[in-house]
Design a protein around this ligand. Structure first.
Ligand code: KIV
Length: 300
């Protein structure tokens, strides 16, 4: 049996997507697609759908683990989910998101933790948040041979510094700072850059001024690619839906309907039905009943 993944539309084998392939897409003017994934079945479906990149985002802290923000997520949480995704997706570029305090305290710790994403987590690259203040870590990680995706704009690990989950780069001063940070990350050798919740005009300008591809989330159509949190796109996360999300399904309510139907069927004795039941050969059953009867009479 072949293990080479095929494109479900064309039935042709798809080649593993590399960081270089993303760069080529930008150069050819082809949009890049990225979605988050946190588990094996979702990774499998994303891969079979033909997504370019899967980000095992620390957003899993909110949409899978139920935290208020991404700050409590640990390296162990991330590696656990990365391994599951790597078992499911064989074609998409796999990017592991470095969690809060896994790269901020020291450059050495940043390199070691980045390495764990590739060595233990099965990822192809890592993502981390921040601009000029992270340059030393970014350079050292790339120096160790690990591809780095940057992340500017609304950087959720700085939620308290930013005063909440709010758009960034809306003043001339902050927009210029963001552009400078993007150029610095590009020059440092990052292979791609997430721009989150920034004005569309600014994201387009940044995308044109740097060589690496930008992947936008709430950053308009001028980026080189788009990413969404899969649980938002599927309507699986019930707490809130950011303005920039397009919901392609409503799985939370579909799940609730399915669970209610199961409860009703069990309560009405309509599940399990005959087709869900294991049968026993008649003669074996009769033998059992006879044997038990005999045991009851003889006390043996
Ligand atoms: O953690 C995440 O899912 C992200 C995306 C929103 C880009 O960083």
């Amino acid at each position: 049996m072949s293990t080479i993944p095929t494109n479900p539309i064309t039935k042709t084998a798809r080649k593993k997507i590399t960081t270089l392939a993303l760069r080529q897409k930008k150069d050819n003017g082809e949009p890049i697609t990225m979605l988050t994934g946190y588990d094996y079945p979702t990774a499998l479906a994303l891969d079979q759908a033909g997504i370019d990149a899967i980000l095992v985002g620390d957003s899993l802290g909110m949409v899978v683990l139920g935290y208020e923000n991404t700050l409590p997520v640990t390296m162990e949480d991330m590696l656990h989910h990365c391994k599951a995704v790597a078992r499911g997706a064989k074609t998409a570029l796999l990017i592991g998101d470095m969690p809060f305090m896994s790269y901020q305290a020291s450059t050495e710790e940043a390199v070691r933790n980045a390495g764990r994403f590739l060595q233990t987590g099965g990822m192809d690259a890592i993502k981390l948040e921040g601009g000029r203040e992270r340059l030393e870590a970014v350079r050292a990680i790339i120096g160790a041979g690990i591809p780095v995706m940057g992340h500017l704009g609304l950087t959720p690990q700085s939620v308290h510094k930013l005063g909440g989950f709010r758009p960034q780069g809306r003043s001339a001063i902050s927009a210029e700072r963001l552009l400078e940070d993007a150029i610095l990350l590009d020059q440092a050798g990052c292979f791609s850059l997430v721009l989150e919740s920034v004005p569309a005009k600014l994201a387009e300008m940044v995308s044109k001024r740097i060589a690496m591809p930008t992947i936008g989330i709430g950053a308009g159509g001028g980026c080189d690619g788009q990413v969404l949190v899969t649980h938002d796109l599927l309507g699986l996360f019930d707490r809130f839906t950011p303005k920039f999300v397009r919901k392609y399904a409503n799985l939370h309510s579909e799940m609730e309907d399915a669970f209610k139907a199961f409860i009703k069927d069990v309560e009405n004795h309509t599940f399990p039905a005959k087709e869900h039941t294991v049968e026993m050969p008649e003669e074996e059953w009769n033998a059992l009943v006879e044997h038990l009867d005999h045991k009851g009479q003889t006390g043996g």
